[in-house]
Design a protein around this ligand. Structure first.
Ligand code: HEM
Length: 617
């Protein structure tokens, strides 16, 4: 039976915390978007925003900081008093010592099992839905880079040490499976690439990775631009009407539109309207999140799962998605059959550059169920993550006007009023650093889940087969010893002339896309998507937290969500005039040139700006 881990993580200290317990609910203006109604009251790293429409002034930040320090001091004192520490019984210690001794005898390493992994305990009665990775941070500061967290009969190893993370993810990755994650996601992803393990994973990874080749990613830039442009149009209307916008749901729609086209050449067009399939995708996504945070797996109870209206709705949604995917696969198969096909490494069909087309053209010999699982996995993996990155990036930007100004300066200078091209990705370096830094502060997902498939030694402690492990990327990314001003949004920490930060050059203390053989296959795709969307949005608009909106708080599903949306006031930018460059027009068949024209006209006429479009002769 699948166990659901995430709800079990809040720690008992929660209840006695000085912060009041709010349970509020709000209604999102967009249907099908998750509504959360818990506050992470416990959070020492609370990310509450000023809701007065301006970035917090020094007074706001100062009082936030004082409150935060108070909370942390209280918690640290309670942890230090041993409240969360589990005393090892003599029996456990004895077994540990004997085992450690035997390990040494067999030469398997100098395991410190005698001393035992530090232990903390949590309460099952804690409130669900809160950002569970936050209490893990404080416990990490006390118990260190590896400790055991115990909830009733269940226990988890919490890893926050870069060397141990490297060992699990890369050096000894074969000894670890996706464990709980695979169980929870089975209903939607089946044996898709994220949950799959062993031989199935190996074969599917080998088939899928080549589909995201450089030429494909370059072709995606115009797709990112077109979708971002549609979002700009929507924001432009809101700016005209003087309406605030809920950006989290808009980013969710933007990235859904992008990934649908990119993976199986399907235009959800969710930014423009809702339809059955968009609704079905959100029903399934919400279900996956519910399953990962629910204390009781009701969906596994034999009769209940057949009569529950919720489960029926989920099954209907899945059926609709599966039918749609089957249909798209059939259409694509026909296209491939009619094609004068010459398959090569960077193969791409110009009319349909999707991953599905590549897979079919490559002769990928796979069952249609497996193909559907893979497509569904790519859809979910590429949708939720990027939407969350954009949400938190814009939240962070609204709090740091100086970063926003620097970002806008770069975007104006590099892009002017053109649509972005692949060459611009090398030039929008500060924009990329903004995304790098956003991913450090808000890693998506905030924990990586594994299960040991054999005995191993982690950080000097021996562990057995079957341990459920959470690698806290949140803790790695906010470790105060590793990062100066760890909680501060400082894109400048990543030098402009340095390499793009990744897990290798940061020695596993920075894991925005995981690491080792199971590293994200869409890292470049996602980075460019986020860079393009961010650049196109900040070029046209200024963004501030909406006056009177609820403070921005975190909660978790698979990624970090806000509890009540990211409500923002969007205003058109008044830009300095761009001095026309007298340069010759380069004749190009690049589709982005056609778009240039339409956006140039749009920007010039609708924004009523003094800026002039770069003259081309
Ligand atoms: C900013 C956006 C994204 C972030 C932050 C992100 C992050 C990650 C991370 C951390 C992992 C490793 C998970 C683990 O080790 O347990 C991962 C795996 C994966 N990602 Fe992404 N991802 C993003 C976008 C995408 C996109 C756009 C795609 C597809 C086009 C994608 C497809 C995948 C797949 C298939 C895996 C599983 C790889 C495997 O297990 O072999 N991701 N992603």
């Amino acid at each position: 039976m699948a166990t659901s881990p995430l709800i079990h993580l809040p720690i008992s200290s929660h209840h006695s915390h000085t912060s009041p317990c709010h349970l509020s609910s709000s209604c999102n203006s967009f249907p099908f978007v998750k509504i959360h109604n818990q506050h992470h009251r416990w959070s020492p790293l609370r990310c509450s925003a000023s809701s007065n429409g301006r970035p917090s002034g020094p007074t706001d930040s100062e009082s936030e900081r004082v409150l935060e320090e108070k909370r942390r001091a209280e918690l640290a004192a309670r942890i230090a008093s041993g409240e969360f520490t589990v005393q090892e019984s003599g029996w456990v210690s004895l077994v540990g010592a004997v085992r450690g001794f035997l390990l040494r005898l067999t030469g398997e390493g100098w395991a410190q099992t005698g001393q035992g992994i530090p232990r903390a305990r949590g309460s099952l009665a804690a409130v669900d839905g809160q950002a569970f990775f936050l209490p893990l941070y404080e416990l990490y500061l006390t118990y260190g880079g590896i400790f055991r967290l115990i909830f009733g009969p269940k226990s988890f190893l919490i890893v926050s040490d870069p060397a141990i993370a490297k060992h699990i993810l890369r050096d000894n990755s074969k000894a670890y499976s996706k464990g709980i994650l695979a169980e929870i996601l089975d209903f939607v992803m089946g044996k898709g690439l994220i949950p799959a393990d062993g031989e199935i994973w190996r074969v599917r990874r080998r088939a899928i990775v080549p589909a995201l080749h450089q030429k494909y990613v370059a072709a995606m830039i115009s797709l990112f631009s077109e979708a971002s442009y549609r979002l700009c149009e929507k924001l432009d209307k809101a700016a005209s009407d003087g309406e605030d916008v809920e950006m989290e749901s808009l980013f969710s729609r933007l990235t859904l539109d992008v990934i649908g086209k990119a993976v199986f050449n399907y235009d959800f067009d969710s930014l423009t309207h809702d339809n059955g399939i968009v609704e079905a995708v959100y029903i399934v996504l919400r279900e996956a999140e519910m399953r990962s945070t629910s204390p009781i797996p009701t969906w596994e109870i034999p009769i209940w799962k057949d009569i529950s209206p919720r489960q029926r709705k989920v099954n209907e949604a899945l059926q609709l998605i599966n039918d749609t995917l089957d249909n798209l696969i059939a259409i694509c198969k026909r296209m491939v059959e009619q094609e004068d096909l010459q398959f090569h490494e960077e193969y791409m069909n110009e009319q349909d550059p999707s991953i599905l087309h590549f897979l079919l053209a490559s002769g990928d010999d796979v069952s249609s169920k497996q193909l559907r699982d893979d497509l569904m996995t790519l859809l979910i993996a590429g949708h939720e993550t990027s939407a969350a990155v954009l949400t938190w990036t814009f939240y962070l930007l609204s709090k740091e006007p100086e970063v926003m100004a620097k970002l806008q300066e770069e975007v104006d200078r590099v892009l002017g009023d053109r649509m972005p091209t692949i060459d611009d990705m090398k030039k929008l370096i500060y924009t990329t650093r903004v995304i790098n830094e956003s991913l450090r502060l808000y890693p998506q997902p905030p924990v990586l889940i594994r299960r040991s498939m054999e005995d191993d030694v982690l950080g000097g402690y021996s562990i057995g087969k079957g341990e459920d492990i959470f690698i806290s990327v949140w803790n790695l990314h906010r470790c105060p010893k590793r990062w100066t001003d760890a909680d501060k949004f400082k894109p400048e920490r990543w030098p402009l002339d340095g390499p793009n930060p990744n897990e290798i050059n940061q020695n596993f203390s920075y894991l925005p896309f995981g690491g080792g053989p199971r590293k994200c296959v869409g890292d470049m795709f996602a980075t460019f998507e986020n860079v393009v969307a961010t650049a196109m949005l900040v070029r046209r608009f200024d963004f501030q937290l909406a006056p009177g909106a609820p403070s921005v708080e975190m909660t978790t599903g698979a990624t970090i969500h806000t509890t009540e949306g990211l409500n923002m006031t969007v205003t058109r930018r008044r830009r300095q005039p761009i001095i026309p460059k007298l340069e010759r027009k380069i004749i190009s068949d690049n589709p982005s040139t056609c778009l240039d024209q339409s956006e140039d006209e749009q920007v010039a006429s609708e924004d009523d700006q003094t800026s002039e479009v770069t003259a081309r002769f």
